[in-house]
Design a protein around this ligand. Sequence first.
Ligand code: ATP
Ligand code: MG
Length: 562
Amino acid sequence: MSENKPAAAKGPDFVRAIIAEDNANGKYKGRVHTRFPPEPNGYLHIGHAKSICLNFGVAKENNGKCNLRFDDTNPLKEDVEYVDSIMEDVRWLGFQWDGPVYYASDYFEQLYQFAEQLIKDGKAYVDELSADEIRDLRGTLTEPGKNSPYRDRPIEENLDLFRRMRAGEFEDGSMVLRAKISMDAPNLVMRDPTLYRIRKAHHHRTKDAWCIYPMYDFTHCISDSLEGITHSLCTLEFVNNRELYDWILENLNLYRSYQYEFARLSLTYTLLSKRVLIQLVQDGIVSGWDDPRMPTICGIRRRGYTPESIRDFCERIGVAKADSVVDWSLLEFCVREHLNEVAPRAMGVINPLKLVIDNYPEGQVEEFNMPLHPEDESHGSRKVPFTKVLYIEQEDFRENPPKKYFRLSPGQEVRLRYAYYVTCTDVVKDEAGNIVEVHCIYDPATKGGWSEDGRKVKGTLHWVSAEHAVPAEVRLYDHLFAKENPSQVEPGKTFRDNLNPNSLTVCEAFLEPYLATLKPGDKVQFERLGYFCMDPESTEDKPVFNRTVGLRDSWAKIENKG
Ligand code: ATP
Ligand code: MG
C-alpha cells in the first residue's frame, strides 16, 4: 500500500451491508445491538481498535447499542489490571458502552443451569477421558472420530457427576462436560465439543465460588443471547465455531444472536498476539505494556498517536472477509495528517553542534516572535531567544558537502529559521579531528530570516540558543521487529530473533524554552525532525520527548544521492 494513496473504503463494507439488509427486512425490528468482548488477559492493541471501531461504529451509525463485555472465563490468565486498562483504552479511543460493563462471569450461574438443561435433554455428558485421549478419538478432516466410552451414560448419572464436579469433588483434568452432537460431523468443532472443565483456581471476580469454568464456545453465544445482541462480530478464526454457536442457542431454545466473521488486522513489522506481547513485557524486551514501540493502545498513545488518527486508520482499512496485511506506514500517514493540523511547531536540536556567530554582539539577546503553526494563526505564537552561540543539528553541517547540499558548509550561506542569514567562515576541531564548533558571520540586514535585497538561500536550519537551551532526552523509535513479517521464524529460531536491535535511539537534545512549558501527553512538531509527544517520565529539570513519527524529509533523498 503506497503511503501517498491510502485506501479509502468504497461503499459500505459487508457487515454494514448485512445490517442494512436486516434493518430493511425488520429482522430485529430495526434494532442493532453489538458488543466488544475482550478477554482481560492483556492490554488492548491496534487490532482490537479495529474491532472497537467496527462494533461501536455500526451501533452508533444505526442508533443502536454496543456493550462492553469482559469474556472472563479463564481465571488463570486474567486480572483486574487488564480490566481497568481496557476500559480506559476504549474510552480514550472515543467510545462509550451502553449500560453497565458486562462480565461473562456474571452469567456463571445461568450458564451452569443451561448446561444442566442440556444434560437433562440428553445433549451433554460427563466424559472421564483425559485431554489426550479426547484428542486421539477426535479423528481428522478425512477420518471420523470415535465415541467416548462414557458417551452413553444415563442422564441421571451425568447430572450427578456434573453437580459433583461443581461441588469440587474431582481433580482438575479428571473429567469434562461435553456436548453430545456427533463424532463424525464434517466440522471438527462439532465433534462433541467440551463445554465445561474443572479448574480449581481463584477468579478475579467470582473468587473461589467456582471450580468449574465454561468454555469460550459455550459462554460466548449464551452471553450474546442474554444481552439481546443482534450482530455478534468476531474475527475469521471463528468461522468453524459458528455452527456450534448456532447449535447451542437452538438447542437451548434461546433468543437468536447471529455471528459474523471479519478479517483480523495484521500490520507489517508488528505482531498482534497477546501471547507474544506479554512475553515482550515479561522478558523486559520492552519497558512495559506502554512502551512506545508496542502496538498496544497505551503504547501508541504514549508514543503520541491520537484517537482521531486511529479511528481514521480503521476507517481507511475497512472491514473485509479476507485476511490481508496492512502497511504500518498507513498508520503513520494517518497520525501525521492529524498532527499536522493540531500540533504546534517548535525547535529542538537532537544531535547538537555549536554554531558561533563571530560578528554578533556578546551578551545580546534578541527575542523573535514565531508562529506556533504556519497555517493556523489560532495556535498563537511563542518567543524564541537568539544569541551569539547557538546549537544546530550535526547533520546540517558538512565540511566537504556533496553536490546539491544546501545546508551549511564552508562559504555557504543559509537561513536560520525566522532569524538571520549566516555564512560559514571556519570550523574548530578537537585533537581527534572531530568538528566541535562551526563559526559564521550573520547579515544584520536579514532580520526575520529574509533579505531586503532579494538574495535567496536554499537552506533553512532550525536552531536553539545555547544559553537558553533546555537539555532534554529525546527517544527515537524504529520498528520493534526488523522483519516485515515477524511471524515468519526461521527453523531453530524464535520471534525474538526477528527483533530490531535498533528500535530505540536515545539522544541528549537541546530544546527551545517553549518546549519545557508543555505537559506530558502534549504533542508538538520539532521543525524538520518530526512529531513528538512529551513523555510521562519528564521531570521539571529534564523533559523527555518521544518521536511519534518523522516528517517526510526531502533532504534524506538528496543525502542518499550525494
Ligand atoms: P489475541 O490474539 O491478541 O490474544 P484475542 O482475539 O484473543 O487476541 P480478545 O480479547 O478475545 O483477544 O479480543 C476481543 C475482540 O477483539 C474479539 O472480538 C477479537 O476478535 C477482536 N480482535 C482481536 N485481535 C484482533 C485483530 N488483530 N484484528 C481485529 N480484531 C481483533
Ligand atoms: Mg480471544
